[in-house]
Ligand binder design. Structure first.
Ligand SMILES: C[S@@+](CC[C@H](N)C(=O)[O-])C[C@H]1O[C@@H](n2cnc3c(N)ncnc32)[C@H](O)[C@@H]1O
Length: 429
C-alpha cells in the first residue's frame, strides 16, 4: 500500500532536536531549527566554521565525537546529515527504537520525516514536498515565492494573523500601540533610487498597505506597482513650509491609522538618516498608533558605492562620517563642527550639500583638510539619471557648478574616492 506524507508544522521551541553531522547539510539545516527555538544538540567530531560560530555563541550545544544512541534521549526530532550510510542507519534505528522522527540527508526512503523546501513571507510559511524529488520541490517553492512577492495583498498581513504568535523577524516593532482598530503605521526605507534596493520586508509591507504616504525621493516604479484601491498621498505636494508640511504628514499618518488603515510611510533611503522618521514615530506614539520601522539602504553609503567608492577601505579609511550640508557652516543654526571634521583623515559623506558646497569646502580647507583631497559628487545615484564627477577639495565647488550638477547628490571627501582606481564610469574629470 502506498501512502503519502502527512504535513505538519512543528512547534519546537525549547524541545530537543539532535543534528548528527557537521558538514554542509547540517550547516543548512541548523539555522531553521534555531529559528524555531529548538534546543539543538549537534553531535559530530568535526564541524564547519559556521556551525562552530553557533556553538561558540551558545546557540546550540556541540558534542565533539561520533554519535551514540543515548544522544537521542529526550529528543523530539533527529536530523541525520552524514554521508556514511552505515552511520546514518545507526542513528535511524536508534531513533526508531525511541519513536523519534528521523530526517535522513543520505537516503530519504529510509527517513521517517522529510524536510520541505521552504519560503517565508511575513507570518506565512510555505513548505513544499516534491514527492521525493528535491529539485521539483525547490522549483515549485520558487514559483510560489515569486507569486507571493508579486501578487500579495492585505490577506497576508500581520494584522490578520491568527493562532500561536509567529516570529515574523520584524524589522523594528518600536511601538506596540493601542489603537484597537487594527490601524498601524510602517516607516519604510525605500532605498536610494533603484526600485530593487528596497528590502524584502519593506516591499511586502508596501504591497499590503491601504494608504501609502510617499516622499519626493522614493523610486517612482515602486508606486507603479501598488495594488489598485490604495490611497497614495504625495507628501512632496503638501503645501506650506517644511515644518508645517511635516505636521500635516504626521496628522495624515495618525488619522488614517486611527481610522483602521495600514499606512506605509515610504521614505527615500533610510527613514532615520535625515529623514524625519523620528518625528513621525513620536507623533504616532503620542496618538497610540503602533509603528514598525523598516530600515532602508541609505544614499550616504549607496551613492558612493554606485560610483565605485567604498566608504571604508583597508589601510585607507577606518571611519566615515555622514553629515548634512543643508545649513551653511557659518550659520548660527549649524549643529556641525566643520572645523573638527576638517581634522579627520577618514571619509566625509555630505548629504544635501550642493547649495552650500563653496562655503563647506572653504571651511574644510581653512581648518586644514588638504586641497588635493579626492572628492566625488554623485547625483541621482542608482537611477538611470546617475551622474558622477571626480575632483579635489580645492576645485570641487567650481567643477560641480560647471558640470551643472543638481540635487539629490552626495559629496564624498577622502582617499576612498580613488581607492578602487575609479572602476566605474566618471564624468567631467
Ligand atoms: C532629506 S535627505 C534624505 C536621505 C535619505 N533618508 C537617505 O538615507 O538616503 C535627502 C538627501 O539625500 C541624498 N540623496 C538621496 N537619494 C540620493 C540619490 N539617489 N543620489 C544621491 N544623493 C541622494 C541627497 O543628498 C539628498 O539631498
Amino acid at each position: 500500500m502506498s501512502a503519502n506524507p502527512y504535513p505538519l508544522g512543528l512547534w519546537l521551541a525549547g524541545l530537543r532536536a539532535v543534528v548528527v553531522g557537521g558538514g554542509a547539510v547540517a550547516t543548512r539545516r541548523v539555522p531553521a531549527l534555531l529559528d524555531a527555538g529548538a534546543d539543538v544538540l549537534l553531535v559530530t567530531p568535526e564541524l564547519t566554521p559556521a556551525l562552530r560560530a553557533h556553538a561558540d555563541a551558545g546557540r546550540l550545544r556541540w558534542v565533539p565525537r561520533r554519535f551514540v544512541p543515548d544522544d537521542l534521549d529526550g529528543a523530539w526530532l533527529v536530523q541525520v546529515a552524514v554521508d556514511d550510510p552505515a552511520a546514518a542507519a545507526e542513528v535511524s534505528s536508534a531513533a526508531a527504537e525511541r519513536q523519534i522522527f528521523c530526517v535522513r540527508a543520505d537516503d530519504r526512503r529510509a527517513a521517517t520525516a522529510w524536510t520541505p523546501a521552504v519560503t517565508r513571507y511575513g507570518p506565512v510559511t510555505v513548505a513544499v514536498l516534491g514527492g521525493g524529488d528535491p529539485r521539483r520541490a525547490v522549483t515549485v517553492r520558487d514559483a510560489i515565492r515569486t507569486l507571493l512577492h508579486e501578487r500579495t495583498g492585505p490577506f497576508l498581513s500581520d494584522s490578520v494573523e491568527q493562532g500561536p504568535p509567529v516570529n515574523t523577524r520584524s524589522a523594528v516593532d518600536v511601538l506596540p500601540g493601542r489603537t484597537g482598530r487594527g490601524g498601524r503605521v510602517a516607516l519604510v526605507g525605500a532605498g536610494p533610487g533603484d526600485p530593487e534596493l528596497i528590502t524584502l520586508k519593506g516591499w511586502r509591507l508596501l504591497t499590503e498597505a491601504d494608504v501609502v504616504v510617499a516622499d519626493r525621493l522614493v523610486p517612482g516604479l515602486l508606486l507603479d506597482e501598488l495594488r489598485s484601491g490604495v490611497e497614495l498621498v504625495d507628501a512632496s505636494k503638501i503645501p506650506y513650509g517644511p515644518s508645517r508640511a511635516q505636521e500635516e504628514i504626521n496628522q495624515i499618518l495618525v488619522d488614517r491609522a486611527l481610522a483602521g488603515a495600514f499606512v506605509v510611510r515610504l521614505k527615500g533611503g533610510d527613514p532615520y538618516v535625515f529623514g524625519r522618521g523620528g518625528e513621525e514615530l513620536l507623533a504616532c506614539a503620542a496618538a497610540g498608533v503602533p509603528v514598525t520601522v523598516v530600515p532602508g539602504v541609505t544614499s550616504s553609503i549607496a551613492a558612493p558605492a554606485a560610483a565605485g567608492i567604498p566608504v571604508t577601505h583597508r589601510a585607507v579609511a577606518h571611519e566615515f562620517t555622514v553629515v548634512s550640508g543643508h545649513v551653511a557652516p557659518d550659520s548660527p543654526d549649524s549643529l556641525v563642527r566643520w572645523d573638527a571634521l576638517a581634522g579627520l583623515r577618514g571619509t566625509l559623506v555630505i548629504l544635501m550639500g550642493l547649495r552650500n558646497l563653496p562655503a563647506i569646502t572653504a571651511t574644510l580647507l581653512t581648518h586644514g583638510r588638504p586641497a588635493d583631497t579626492p572628492v566625488a559628487v554623485v547625483q541621482e545615484a542608482t537611477t538611470g539619471a546617475q551622474r558622477i564627477i571626480r575632483s579635489t577639495l580645492g576645485e570641487v565647488a567650481a567643477d560641480t557648478a560647471a558640470a551643472g550638477l543638481r540635487p539629490p547628490a552626495v559629496v564624498v571627501v577622502g582617499d576612498v574616492v580613488v581607492a578602487l582606481g575609479g572602476l566605474l564610469g566618471t564624468e567631467g574629470r
